[in-house]
Ligand binder design. Structure first.
Ligand SMILES: NC(=O)c1ccc[n+]([C@@H]2O[C@H](COP(=O)([O-])OP(=O)(O)OC[C@H]3O[C@@H](n4cnc5c(N)ncnc54)[C@H](OP(=O)(O)O)[C@@H]3O)[C@@H](O)[C@H]2O)c1
Length: 333
């Protein structure tokens, strides 16, 4: 196949490009080249999608499959559709679980209500909040379905993506933290639900969908587990002998200014009850139609290897710094 990846220099889109090349497809990526490099064997077209009309460079190209991971603007998605929708056989849009309006109710599926779509104006620089991100995804999905048609479009809504080279530093925080040993703070929320999908499994499914013509809308999520098991098993798999896990109550964490889920001064993957809907979507349809999650051991070992390459002690986008963690421990927790 001739495959176009709108993206290709970071995490999921880079893995999609890598996987497609490995399967013998001819792959073109469109990106600015700022987030990283495209995988070996891929043609990169350096384009800034923020410039309306920039995708006109593709006007003479034909692709069997297009995969778009746009997140910043639904305008970008519409621009790509304008140039390519009429002559592309299969179109994947990578949406998000954030497309859903209700983040509290557990056990939702693709029938659940979505956020109101936002088709933003050109060059709209409004800050990308979680709500806005979800609304842009909803608008983008709708544009893809309308322009490409239900018969040729594949829309995936991932929840938490894990695995190597994750720029959000969420799951990698735990692998790297446990590898460093000592007293490691974890949230005392052992029964909190969680689900994740390894980036390599999601990428593989997306390429298979293009190869086989799978269409429809799916929650691209893995099986349900709980955070206590996930962290305990991760610690065991990392295998550091002098590691001690110190659970701290969520109220204490909140009082101490520790954030849930992601970002600075956080305990990644910890979620307040009112957000449990984000990590409890029904995985059955995706699993039935080809999404194949690998073992946690594989995800942990590959993530840890990547963390070691990038430096266990490097500054991160998510988690506690050693100083923040020590301050909490010194307060007697
Ligand atoms: N991580 C998660 O847990 C999670 C969960 C749910 C959904 N998702 C979705 O999964 C997808 C992840 O994609 P990803 O891993 O590839 O990361 P991403 O940050 O969504 O995509 C980045 C790609 O877009 C390109 N890009 C950014 N700005 C651009 C511009 N102005 N012009 C042209 N290209 C531009 C980047 O290349 P350059 O910077 O080099 O231009 C890079 O290749 C996204 O759709 C995200 O919304 C992720």
């Amino acid at each position: 196949m001739r495959v176009l990846v709108l993206g290709g220099t970071l995490f999921l889109s880079a893995q999609i490009a890598r996987d497609a090349v490995a399967r013998g497809h001819e792959v073109t990526c469109v990106a600015r080249g700022r987030s990283g490099q495209v995988p070996e064997g891929v043609r990169l077209l350096c384009v800034d999608r923020a410039h309306h009309g920039a995708l006109e460079v593709l006007v003479d190209d034909r692709f069997d499959a297009v995969i778009d991971v746009a997140r910043a603007a639904s305008r970008w998605v519409v621009d790509a559709l304008d140039v390519l929708a009429d002559r592309t056989q299969h179109w994947t849009f990578v949406s998000s679980i954030s497309a859903y309006a209700d983040s509290a109710t557990v056990g939702q599926n693709t029938e659940a209500p979505l956020r109101e779509p936002i088709w933003e104006r050109a060059n709209d620089l409004t800050e990308l909040t979680a709500e806005r991100y979800g609304s842009i995804k909803v608008a983008s999905e709708k544009s893809v379905r309308e322009r490409v048609g239900e018969q040729r479009s594949f829309v995936v809504r991932p929840g938490l993506i894990t695995g190597p080279a994750d720029p959000s530093d969420r799951f990698g925080y735990w692998a790297a933290r446990f590898a460093q040993g000592g007293r490691a703070i974890i949230p005392d929320t052992p029964h909190q639900p969680i689900q994740h999908i390894d980036v390599r499994d999601l990428a593989a499914w997306i390429i298979t969908a293009a190869e086989t013509g799978l269409t429809g809308t799916y929650d691209a999520v893995g099986p349900l587990t709980d955070l206590g098991s996930l962290l305990q098993e991760t610690a065991q798999l990392v295998g550091t002998t002098d590691l001690e896990l110190i659970p701290i109550a969520p109220e204490t964490l909140t009082e101490s200014g520790v954030n849930p889920w992601a970002g600075p001064k956080s305990l990644p993957l910890w979620l307040p009850t009112e957000e449990h809907g984000l990590v409890t979507h029904d995985p059955a349809p995706a699993l039935a139609d080809g999404l194949t999650p690998r073992t946690l051991a594989d995800t942990v070992h590959a993530t840890l290897a990547d963390e070691r390459r990038r430096g266990l002690g490097r500054p991160r986008k998510a988690g506690l710094t050693p100083t923040e963690e020590q301050e909490l421990l010194d307060r007697g927790h």
